[in-house]
Design a protein around this ligand. Sequence first.
Ligand code: MG
Length: 247
Amino acid sequence: MIIPKTEEEIEIMREAGRIAAQCLQMLAGVIKPGVTTGELDSLAERFIRERGALPTFKGYLGFPGSICTSVNNVVVHGIPGDRKLREGDIISIDVGATYKGYVGDTAATFPVGQVSPVAEKLIRVTRESLMRAVQCVRPGATVGDIGFAVESYVRTFGFSVVRDYVGHGVGRSMHEDPPVPNFGRPGEGPVLKEGYVIAIEPMVNEGTGDVITFPDLTVVTKDGKLSAHFEHTVAVTKEGARILTLV
Ligand code: MG
């Protein structure tokens, strides 16, 4: 069941989204070789709590961190800890902030120092695939339009989308209906209506789109190659997409 949001609810979600986005921006300024993913997690948790919000992921399905820190071949759900970032790594950070009971969910992939040309390209293409998907959003468009926009774009670069994990509706819960895959056909899937709020989150792999999920729920690429992840929480308005996870 898809739960549309009122204008008042969307304004609260904008604040939740702003906190999550500002947290991501703060972390972007801290990422450098030698920093551990656990240090990023501590900074994020403090940042979110100081703004009167809660780190949405903490304790979700037993997740121990406040943010997901997914390095190189880790696609999503990387657990923060002692791992030190190294020159040439890429790190995907996923931030969720719950404010006044509503969730803002956003993610981005960052280079650590100087990265390889293919890593740089993967980051750029994944970010652009998200923006192309966001531009599809308006009342009457479908979830299939979004997935098609993502996959058709990344394939032109020889990259693959992950099919086992998808975007989702967002509201009082982090994961609501509808699922929002990064693949699909134009005109297919649920029709978007004014008031829907969805998280669009391309997970794009350098090689195969196949992934392996470990018992701790960490997801890695099957071929060990790189993966990137960008996410915005987006409201469907009369005028089109309104990105809620901007700083
Ligand atoms: Mg999400």
